[in-house]
Design a protein around this ligand. Structure first.
Ligand code: SAM
Length: 335
């Protein structure tokens, strides 16, 4: 839907109702609608066991937001945007669409006002647990989908990682909060052929990582370490820590970095991989609210990350632009 040139009231209405679009898309993904195309609406209703009149309305809405092309009352075609949500598309954003509308995220967003009033996250009032990761462990469907969504987003970036940073000096690369090891695979492939990987994440997350480690061809080179990054870090000479710091308040980030500082070998490098906030408000500021409601985390500026490094006995040595909005913030032991 085109928005420019419309009256302010219409544009604001589109903004305040934009969750209708995200829920419609996520629902179509969940029900398998995009994956089942091409088919007529009536065929789809039969195949997916859905109510045809309601499915027709859902598909009209998907066409209205631009992910399906409308040919006739009974025929819709998957277009370039719709393909991005199909599970057969490499790096599909389907799991991300589902994750953002799952209770794990959706319920926390319902408590944004609580965060702004109290400084707390939306996890306790929204999910009833202390941390979102406790909730994801208790709800394995959402937890597994969360890991799939992270892997897809990271795969989009990982292919370019080797072009942004030289991994050849390292022999032990530790992926801290590494989920199923997509970033670790990219670093190992870009690095020394004898380098080995350590995938460090919560016990139940690394327990399910084997298939992805095999798919990325690093199963034989990788040791899995299950545990909490608030308790320790494994020894290594390069630490990847991607999209982890933005999930936590400063105090917890310093705790994680301090464990890395204690475990790191001489001349080791710490690589925080994050989007950075700009002087001017932008897309990062909406992600910032997402992190606020989820775990009391935050998107940060490079200067802010430098302060977290310093508080943990590290020094921000370089900020390297990588793919898209992403940056590599290289830390070393403070002298
Ligand atoms: C946003 S995901 C990022 C995953 C991965 N680094 C990426 O960018 O694709 C955060 C990761 O931190 C892990 N995590 C959360 N709490 C943790 C803890 N206390 N110790 C270790 N890992 C943790 C989660 O399981 C999850 O895999």
């Amino acid at each position: 839907m085109e928005t420019t040139g419309l009256p302010p009231e219409v544009r604001v209405l589109q903004m305040i109702s934009s969750y209708w679009a995200s829920q419609a898309l996520a629902t179509a993904v969940r029900l398998g609608v995009f994956d089942a195309l091409p088919a007529s609406v009536s065929e789809l209703a039969l195949k997916l066991d859905l109510k045809e009149p309601m499915l027709r309305r859902l598909m009209r809405a998907c066409a209205a937001v631009g992910v399906l092309t409308h040919h006739s009352r009974d025929h819709y075609e998957l277009n370039e945007l719709g393909q991005v949500l199909c599970s057969r598309t490499p790096h599909s954003l389907g799991p991300m669409a589902v994750m953002l509308s799952d209770p794990s995220h959706w319920s926390c967003w319902g408590h944004l006002h609580h965060c702004i009033r109290t400084g707390e996250s939306g996890v306790r009032p929204g999910l009833g647990t202390e941390r979102i990761f406790d909730y994801l462990q208790e709800h394995p469907d959402q937890g597994q989908n969360f890991n799939r969504a992270m892997a897809a987003m990271t795969e989009l970036w990982a292919e370019q990682l080797g072009a942004s940073y030289d991994f050849s000096p390292f022999r032990t690369i530790v992926d801290v909060g590494g989920s199923h090891g997509v970033m670790l695979a990219a670093a190992l492939k870009a690095g020394h052929p004898e380098a080995r990987g350590i995938l460090f994440d919560l016990e139940h997350v690394v327990a399910e990582a084997d298939e992805d480690l095999r798919r990325h061809g690093i199963f034989e080179r990788t040791e899995k370490v299950g545990g909490s990054f608030f308790d320790f870090a494994p020894a290594g000479d390069c630490y990847l820590i991607k999209h982890v710091m933005h999930g936590w308040p400063d105090e917890q980030c310093i705790q994680v970095l301090s464990h890395i500082r204690r475990a790191m070998r001489p001349r080791a490098r710490v690589l925080v991989l994050e989007m950075l906030l700009d002087e001017e408000p932008g897309m990062g500021d909406l992600l910032d609210l997402n992190m606020m409601v989820l775990n009391g985390g935050a998107e940060r500026t490079a200067e802010h990350i430098g302060q977290l490094y310093a508080a943990a006995g590290l020094r921000l040595q370089r900020t390297i632009p990588s793919v898209g909005f992403y940056f590599i913030l290289e830390g070393v032991a403070a002298a």
